[in-house]
Design a protein around this ligand. Structure first.
Ligand code: ACO
Length: 428
């Protein structure tokens, strides 16, 4: 394989080294481009061709539909692992042994108390506030309550910030839900497993004994694993770029939550369910909505379809679809929108518009159906995504800091006015 790329600019040739990743991904290393060419830069809106970093965490082959965390296939992890093992794997690079896992969980539990004053902030939000906005604000507020976790430099300081956010974030998620539902804001039960505790914090009622549902527990464990990392997507890139200014971990995660909120990213899981519900209300005519999705004059898009990187089946969508069938059957839930979703998928997979553009169902297409069966309100779906994505954000932030990456600061090509003279107000 050649080891350099040659670029010709204004009849002058420049050589740039090629960088080859462990899965033979080839990239042109353009670090020296501006210096060598006297200021020539690259333009790549949406960063479709730009590698922003080197990373050991997640491998994704969108053409083949492969996703691996630290070398382990997503299929095997979803089948065999516990979410907290995956959290450890993503952040520290190896699966923990029993002792490491136990210590990690104990450390997290010791930091899981959220300052009671945070409840005052929650009280100030209207009940109608979108949970993603609330969660992002509360995560940012953690900075104020944990100032020692802001300027972290050493690995030990980073570890401390990491276990704090892993302990406190599920509490904030549960409180966000409970506030919306008018339920008291409780603390968790540290005798339980990490995911078990999350469910209890979300669903326990003040006037009845909480009964754990094993099917719901297994499904949530799997969903969290499937969402845990996805390399340099919009929210993760946000976390890395905010963190690159050495803003703290909590501030970086808060920014990531805002990025995830958008309907083109994590907000798609809410948008999918709303779309399926609207199709149902409209008589279930999937063909009508397929036509709208293909009509370039119509802003409607088939939510949960298409992906920046996957040009094949999203491997997570396959697992979630199978899980949706299982969870709904196990819980005895008959949800007509599952049928509508399957109908849309079949039509899209056989429609040249979707086939030619390689648009397949993504992770969000079926996840909302499971969340709904688990009694999670639709506005909370993206919050559940954030809960799953937290370890990925942390792992990417930690990697970026340990590698001492420079502050993220892209270039631009200016297309505005040339220098012009100021015109006084009375002459304009
Ligand atoms: N419905 C209809 N047409 C679509 C869809 C869709 N869901 N997605 C893409 N297309 C079309 C575009 O109109 C475009 O057509 P054209 O070439 O004729 O102009 C072509 O497919 C390429 O689409 P782009 O928007 O250029 O692809 P991009 O990689 O920029 O966008 C994205 C990817 C944002 C995910 C897009 O597919 C989309 O909007 N999907 C719906 C929202 C969604 O499900 N988002 C969740 C993504 S997964 C995640 O973030 C967790």
């Amino acid at each position: 394989m050649p080891n350099k790329a040659t670029l010709e600019v204004n009849n002058q040739k420049y050589d740039f080294p090629l960088f080859v990743g462990t899965e033979n991904e080839v990239a042109i290393d353009v670090k020296a481009l501006r210096a060598a060419t006297g200021g020539v830069t690259t333009i790549d809106p949406g960063y479709k061709n730009t590698g922003s970093c080197l990373s050991d965490i997640t491998f994704l082959d969108g053409e083949k539909g492969i996703l691996r965390y630290r070398g382990y296939s997503i299929e095997e992890l979803a089948e065999k692992a516990d979410f907290l093992e995956v959290v450890y794997l993503l952040i520290f690079g190896e699966l923990p042994n029993a002792e490491q896992l136990d210590k990690f969980h104990t450390d997290i539990k010791l930091k899981s108390v959220v300052d009671d004053d945070i409840k005052k902030i929650i009280d100030a939000f209207p009940k109608s506030a979108h949970p993603m906005g609330v969660l992002s604000s509360l995560t940012s507020a953690l900075t104020a309550f944990n100032p020692s976790s802001v300027n972290v430099d050493s690995e030990a300081e980073m570890y401390n910030a990491i276990i704090k956010i892993l302990g406190k974030f599920p509490v904030l998620v549960a409180w966000t839900l409970r506030k919306q539902q008018g339920l008291p804001l409780d603390y968790g039960d540290n005798s339980l497993g990490y995911v078990q505790n999350i469910l209890k914090m979300m669903f326990c009622k003040p006037n009845e004994n909480y009964v754990e549902n094993k099917i719901v527990l297994e499904a949530l464990n799997k969903l969290l694993i499937l969402h845990a990392d996805h390399e340099q997507n919009c929210s993760t890139s946000t976390v890395r770029i905010v963190g690159s200014s050495h803003a703290g971990l909590f501030a970086s995660i808060s920014a990531g939550i805002s990025a995830l909120w958008g309907p083109l990213h994590g907000g798609a899981n809410q948008a999918v369910l709303e779309m399926l519900e609207a199709i149902k209300q409209d008589g279930g005519d999937t063909k009508k909505y397929m036509a709208k999705a293909k009509d370039k004059q119509d802003p409607f898009r088939l939510m949960g379809f298409g992906h920046r990187v996957y040009k094949n089946f999203d491997p997570r969508a396959k697992i979630i679809k199978a899980e949706a069938d299982k969870v709904l059957a196990d819980l005895g839930v008959e949800d007509p929108i599952l049928g509508i979703a399957k109908g849309l998928e079949q039509e899209a997979l056989n429609d040249p518009y979707f086939v030619d553009r390689k648009l397949y169902p993504n992770v969000d297409f079926y996840s909302g159906i499971i969340y709904r069966a688990m009694n999670i309100p639709v506005e909370m779906f993206t919050v559940m995504f954030a809960l799953g994505r937290l370890p990925g954000w942390i792992a990417q932030w930690r990697e970026m800091r340990l590698r001492k990456e420079p502050i993220g600061r892209p270039r631009q090509v200016y297309t505005g006015e040339n220098l012009r003279a100021f015109v006084d107000l009375n002459k304009r």
